[in-house]
Design a protein around this ligand. Structure first.
Ligand code: AMP
Ligand code: GLY
Length: 417
């Protein structure tokens, strides 16, 4: 089978790694891919947003399954376009992808289908927003409606900050397209967990849990990033939550998809706040998480192609997924300055010096004159599995000593309590 993967990060490299172990997959192609993926398949230089090019590529190369990594092409309707032309896709159609593409839509979906979430109000102009603010206590959470690459959520401690944020979002247009509508939201307390599930709109199968470390500095300090490291399983997910999550979140979610006629065939990534044995949904993402996927793929024992093909063809009910009991870890090596501005094009050395049980996924790299150089904020994901978190941490941090580039930065506390 020939598979095309859309995207260029560590998440996509990890998916290709799993696909490369499949007994069914004979060819892996990526648009645009990265130098790590290039060792497993063929990379084709084009934009993930060039939907017409992707369709033409799928037709010319007789691709059997297209797997979409990032949310942007899904929200643009890539799955709809490929499906309409008779091609199989792992990734939801545009209407279902709006669960990530519009926070206002997503909140209304949760309310309509009794999925527990923070109290909220959607507003689309400054005057109404200021009036509506009076209904909330502080801190209040203000969210830009549209995709904002992680920059659209502000937790406002007091009214001054809230008014300033509303002005920036609704009058100054700080987030351009993402900020025309704003969601005001009750601040939730508890601890955050995410749950990633495969679903084909008929069946939903949770994956093993993973814990992300979002802030840039040790001890969860500093600004939020895309994610600085992950471990799986998530030691903070309470053991007895399965039934609660099924009854209170997953069942109403599936009923909601059906009632609203949303065609969802891919991964639903549910961001949760858990307190006193109950969970509320913070957000939906309509794709694999990055870097959650890196550790989840390392624990997957079943053939990923079978799971993805079944998801794309609505036969997930026939699939059993088995997972390794091992612990998996992933530490992100980032460029100096990330998540602010950072240099690119710095040579990376030592990639071939790590032990054979270490897997280094490429997240933001490029090949120039046969050298691998940095090409993003998150550059590499150093990953492994083991019998304990301690073993995993030791192996990863030893490997990190062998890899170098100017300004290499990582958190030292991934997987520590
Ligand atoms: P979101 O993109 O909606 O998940 O928001 C990004 C981050 O903001 C979350 O991971 C939480 O840490 C925080 N957050 C979002 N909504 C809330 C809320 N209602 N209460 C508390 N924290 C929140
Ligand atoms: N690691 C969080 C995300 O992928 O959105």
């Amino acid at each position: 089978m020939k598979v095309l993967i859309i995207g260029s990060g560590g998440r996509e490299h990890a998916i290709c790694y799993a696909l490369s172990k499949s007994s069914k997959v004979t060819e892996i192609h990526a648009i645009p891919g990265n130098p790590g993926i290039a060792k497993l398949g063929t990379c084709h230089n084009a934009s993930v947003e060039d939907l017409e090019y992707i369709l033409k590529f799928v037709e010319e190369h007789n691709i059997d399954l297209t797997v979409v990594g990032p949310e942007v092409p899904l929200c643009m309707g890539l799955a709809d376009l490929l499906e309409a032309n008779g091609h199989k896709v792992f990734g939801p159609c545009k209407a279902a992808a709006t669960l990530e593409g519009s926070k206002a839509f997503s909140k209304d979906f949760m309310k309509r289908h009794n999925i527990p979430t923070a109290a909220y109000a959607n507003v689309d102009n400054y005057e109404d927003a200021v009036k509506t603010l009076k209904e909330f206590s502080y801190p209040v959470v203000i969210k830009a409606d549209g995709l904002a690459a992680g920059k659209g959520v502000v937790i406002c401690e007091d009214e001054d900050v809230a008014i300033k944020t509303l002005k920036e979002f609704l009058i100054d247009g700080a987030l351009s397209g993402a900020g025309k509508t704003v969601v005001l939201e009750e601040f939730l307390t508890g601890f955050e967990c995410s749950l990633l599930c495969f679903t084909d709109s008929e069946t939903i199968i949770p994956m093993v849990t993973a814990k992300d470390h979002k802030q840039i500095f040790d001890g969860n300090l500093g600004p939020n990033t895309g994610g600085m490291g992950t471990i799986s399983p998530n030691p903070f997910m309470p053991d007895n939550m399965d039934d609660v999550l099924k009854n209170e979140i997953l069942d109403p979610f599936m009923k909601g998809l059906k009632e609203d006629n949303l065609d969802f065939r891919g991964v639903i990534f549910i961001g949760l706040m858990i307190e006193n044995g109950h969970a509320k949904v913070l957000e939906f993402n309509v794709r694999f998480g990055d870097p959650e996927t890196q550790v989840i793929m390392l624990r997957l024992k079943s053939d990923i192609y079978d799971i993805m093909y079944a998801t794309a063809t609505k036969s997930l009910k026939d699939i059993n997924i088995s997972w390794s009991d091992e612990v998996a870890g992933c530490v992100v090596l980032a460029s100096k300055g990330y998540p602010g501005s950072y240099p690119k094009g710095l040579e990376i050395i030592g990639l071939d010096d790590v032990d054979s049980d270490i897997i280094v996924f490429h997240a933001g790299t490029k090949e120039v004159d046969s050298k691998i150089v940095t090409n993003g904020g998150r550059v590499l994901n150093v990953c492994t599995t083991g019998n304990s978190l301690e073993e995993v941490r030791n192996k990863i941090y030893n490997a990190i000593e062998k890899i170098d580039f100017d300004g290499k930065y990582c958190r030292k506390d991934i997987g520590l309590r």
